[in-house]
Design a protein around this ligand. Structure first.
Ligand code: PGA
Length: 254
């Protein structure tokens, strides 16, 4: 059985010592559990990646991810971080297309496609986020909206490349709000995502691609998301930032 993926998006939270303390707490918890059912991916700020990486141990199911990367390999881009830099800091995963990047930083389909390519070129697995704003759901256009996000930024990949991508379905209106779609709606969307991949590639690749749900996931509701057919894990924001919220969430999964 493949482990359940739990990606912890710390966003712009936590100082260095707070991030180190949470990581150490998680490591102690994992050592006590001895579980092989989980794979946790920590997504701290760029400047803390190296310090957090130095705490990780290869026998634990705890990996490092970044929240963003630049779309070019290198160059005169002041203040930016390339995927080669991330790989050299021990990063194995990177978020691409989070709704905050799409919305606040106006990242479009083309730049996100280039970020996916840049990450894969360095052996980093993109966690590609897709999700509709609320008006798309009320107008029943949410499925077409997600298909377009996939078409424009992911479906140019070769089958071997796509197999490296983790797709996170995160309805924009569910992020940080406490509002969540019902289980049938999440299942329907996961099914549509796999159907698009099956049509463009093969049914077996569609089955193998790892799909996450994200948006207001916490200790109380995580089991209900993981019980949905096709959901391989969760992308957690707020509930991943404090040990008092994150450890109960992990305990609820086991
Ligand atoms: P949330 O964030 O869990 O706080 O809703 C999820 C995310 O932004 O990935």
């Amino acid at each position: 059985m493949k482990p359940i993926l739990i990606a912890a998006n710390w966003k712009m939270h936590k100082t260095l010592s707070e991030g180190q303390e949470l990581t150490s707490t998680l490591i102690n918890w994992l050592r006590r559990q001895k579980t092989s059912e989980l794979q946790i991916i920590l997504l701290p700020s760029f400047i803390h990646l190296t310090a957090i990486h130095s705490l990780l141990a290869s026998d634990l199911p705890l990996a490092l991810g970044a929240q963003n990367c630049h779309d070019k390999a290198s160059g005169a881009f002041t203040g930016e971080v390339s995927s080669a830099m991330l790989a050299s800091a021990g990063v194995q995963y990177v978020l691409v297309g989070h709704s905050e990047r799409r919305g606040v930083y106006q990242e479009d389909h083309e730049v996100l496609a280039a970020k996916v390519d840049a990450a894969l070129a360095e052996g980093i697995r993109p966690i590609f986020c897709c999700g509709e704003p609320s008006h798309e759901r009320t107008q029943h256009t949410h499925e077409a909206y997600i298909v377009k996000q996939l078409e424009k930024s992911l479906l140019h990949l070769s089958p071997a490349q796509l197999a490296q991508v983790i797709i996170a379905y995160e309805p924009v209106w569910a992020i940080g709000t406490g509002h969540i779609p019902d289980a049938d709606a999440i299942a329907a969307m996961q099914k549509s995502i796999r159907a698009v991949i099956a049509r463009r590639y093969t049914p077996s690749l569609a089955e193998d691609v790892r799909l996450l749900y994200g948006g207001s996931c916490n200790a109380q509701n995580v089991q209900s998301f993981l019980a949905i057919e096709g959901v391989d894990g969760v992308l957690v924001g707020n509930a991943s930032v404090q040990a008092k919220d994150f450890l109960p969430l992990l305990e609820a999964v086991l």
